[in-house]
Design a protein around this ligand. Sequence first.
Ligand code: SAM
Length: 259
Amino acid sequence: MNARPKKSFGQHFLHEKRYIDRIVSSISPKDGDTLVEIGPGEGAMTLPLLAVAKRMTAIELDTDLIPGLQQRAAAIGDLRIVHSDVLKVDFGALAAELGAERLRIAGNLPYYISSPILFHCVEHAAAIQDMHFMLQKEVVDRMAAEPGSKVYGRLSVMLQLACRVTPLFTVPPGAFRPPPKVDSAVVRLVPLPVDQRPAGDPAKIHAVVKAAFAMRRKTLANTLKGMIDEATIRAVGIDPRARAETLAPTDFVKLANVM
Ligand code: SAM
């Protein structure tokens, strides 16, 4: 225990029991769930989750943390630690390997790659039942933001097209060792059933959303110039003089489908 936290791995270890308990009860693990934790660290969340689930998998990049965690887990349950960068893990293949239809994923995420991890999970949404993540509060605010909000943007649209996003509670810096500079928050993401996900080519949706938010103060006619002309934007019922921040997530799918 008490390894020196490594900044390069985004290590901030959670130590306040009441927040650990709140996370575990939000996840509410059940016998038979296939739990996967991203970045178990010293096991603050792993050990209490394992005590209920009895069997789980954790993905950790820092080799130095693995033997200690494995040892502490041995008396509690069956913990399988995958030594890997989570961005290289194919969750569909992992679910198949674990004999699960879908995974329940959790993690106090390393903040330096939180957005890439979120996008990676969205790509594998079909293999995921739900996700509970600790992130910077500011990122959770952006994920859950609605059109018209100052922080509504690419992350809000891409996540809300794939998942139901529910912010749960805030966690102060003092709950971690060392304390991060910002407040954190726990969020629940539940992938939408396939028939509720608007149909569109993900690469095109990404391209439209990225272009539309590249210059927030400009109109769609301007930001989408060269991709979709004004008449076509109008033909799908969207005002070309509107700005990206006023559009609903599904409007971007309409635009991607006429690109
Ligand atoms: N879950 C622990 C806790 O709550 O105390 C540790 C959380 S710490 C914020 C982030 C963890 O993610 C660290 O254990 C770190 O080594 C690990 N990590 C960092 N980058 C990673 C990556 N690319 N793939 C998997 N784990 C990573």
